[in-house]
Write a protein that binds this ligand. Structure first.
Ligand code: GLU
Length: 472
């Protein structure tokens, strides 16, 4: 019988949602959606000292932003302690797990001795029950941990969805601690009980977990639980070839939201980073779901490429609905100290976005342009000196006079500019450049008539007026 496809993402709330985890979440989500299965969000919060509500909130926000909707969850491990205890007791009763009273100091001494002899520093099995074996006396006042009876030999083999067949010898691994002295289960045990209870059929995760998988497979087998299929995705490297980390730039999903990226661009970029469908670079969520069947996942690490991400984002900004962009740009403007009234965001800002989005790769870049329209403009002194010369001042003044009284639309504005050029005997750039510098603070703008129209008569006249009382 084929199993129902159920995948999950299981972040630990000890920080923001890392881009690597977001990518794994995306693959897990797309896999479930492709096969009409289910996707579960589980919060692995058993590291009580390091887990925070703030991290949980950030993880949930990142999932929402990326549009990774889950069918179940968030399920919190700390709310499942009774269930772990039940499975633990069952394993102990069956002789598949046991209490270990070795203190950390004792363990360290043994490890030291082994290290000195050049041996592997695995647990020495002193508390592991065995036929005919006498265990040490239970010491007073020492709380035990619980260890799993790992098979002493043989191999653990699985066919990894990403890396292909992997074999690890049981001799390489020891009797893992599955519950700490306070009774809280460790990651490798809780993850198995959860994946079993939640009927997870496919586990995608980062390849830093490959060494944990043999233990988990052995625990699944000890429980008589069906094994999921595992797929370990390689790490993401920074542009310096090192593991992508905080020190080398933003690694959280929320940082990109704040930096003016669109979620569909991020989703597209993350999906492509470690997976491919032919040469396709730009594809939407539905397309990804249609294509993503767990094949064509890269075996080798992907390199984070901020320039490509910007390019992808620019493509999505170009296509984005102007009203939606306006809402996002308004939020970025607030950070620049400019708060717009609702009707401006509704009506005027979308027109600005339509005019400027072709030249912007983030909503921050769009907001910086919008700030020139809504905020103050401080033209660059060098540009002023270069373009707003005495010879062009009369033309600017004349244009100001004409624009003060003409009807306010692009076509009329263009006609006024032409009239001034004729009267003053100037060529277009000789007038257009200084007007751009005065009105927008830069000589590089979209078409002048459109810019002036959207900027509005009052602001244009005021900004052009500065040319006459400006000493250069
Ligand atoms: N909490 C683990 C992590 O964030 C989950 C690993 C797994 O998916 O099994 O790395």
């Amino acid at each position: 019988m084929t199993r129902k496809i159920r995948t999950r993402i299981a972040p630990s709330p000890t920080g923001f949602l890392h881009l690597g985890t977001a990518r794994t979440a995306l693959y897990s989500w797309a896999y479930a959606r492709h096969f009409g299965g289910e996707f579960v969000l589980r919060i692995e919060d058993t590291d009580v000292a390091r887990s925070t509500q703030d991290s949980v909130d950030q993880i949930l926000e990142s999932m929402r932003w990326l549009g990774l909707d889950y069918d179940e969850g968030p399920i919190y491990q700390m709310q499942r302690l009774d269930r772990y205890k039940e499975v633990l007791d069952h394993l102990i009763a069956q002789g598949k797990a046991y209490y270990c009273y070795s203190t950390p100091e004792e363990l360290e001494t043994t490890r030291e001795a082994k290290r000195a002899k050049g041996e592997k520093t695995l647990y020495d099995g002193r508390w592991r029950p065995g036929t005919g074996k006498t265990l040490p006396m239970v010491p007073d006042g020492v709380l035990p941990v619980v260890r799993f009876c790992n098979p002493p030999d043989g191999d653990v083999t699985w066919d990894d969805l990403v890396k292909g067949p992997i074999t690890i010898s049981n001799r390489e691994i020891d009797d893992l601690i599955i519950a700490r002295t306070d009774g809280i289960p460790t990651y490798n045990f809780a993850v198995v009980v959860d994946d079993w209870d939640m009927q997870i059929s496919h586990v995608f995760r980062g390849d830093e977990h490959i060494n944990n998988t043999p233990w988990q497979i052995n625990i699944f087998n000890a429980l008589g639980a069906p094994l999921p299929q595992f797929g370990h995705c390689p790490i993401i490297l920074g542009d310096d070839g090192q593991k992508l980390s905080k020190r080398r730039g933003a690694v959280s999903v929320t940082a990109y939201e704040e930096a003016g990226y669109l979620p569909e661009a991020m989703l597209n970029y993350l999906a492509r980073l470690g997976w491919s469908h032919g040469d396709e670079e730009l594809f939407g969520r539905d397309q990804l779901v249609a294509w993503f069947d767990g094949t064509h996942l890269n075996k080798s690490p992907a390199q984070w490429d901020p320039i490509k991400l910007l390019w992808v984002n620019a493509q999505y900004i170009k296509q984005a609905d102007n009203k939606r962009l306006a809402t996002l740009v308004a939020q970025q403007l607030v950070k620049l100290g400019i708060t717009l009234e609702a009707h401006v965001v509704e009506v005027h800002l979308p027109q600005l976005c339509a005019l400027l989005k072709d030249r912007c790769d983030t909503t921050i870049a769009l907001a910086q342009w919008a700030a020139k329209f809504y905020g103050d403009v401080l033209p660059d002194a060098a540009e002023l000196a270069q373009h707003v010369t005495d010879s062009v001042r009369p033309a600017i003044a004349l244009l100001g006079e004409k624009l003060a009284v003409c009807s306010w639309d692009k076509v009329t504005i263009a006609a006024m500019i032409k009239e001034v050029l004729v009267v003053q005997g100037l060529k277009m750039p000789q007038l257009a450049m200084p007007v751009r510098v005065l009105v927008m603070g830069t000589a590089q703008t979209p078409s002048l008539d459109s810019v002036l129209e959207i900027c509005g008569r009052e602001k244009v006249i005021a900004r052009l007026g500065k040319a006459s009382n400006m000493t250069l």
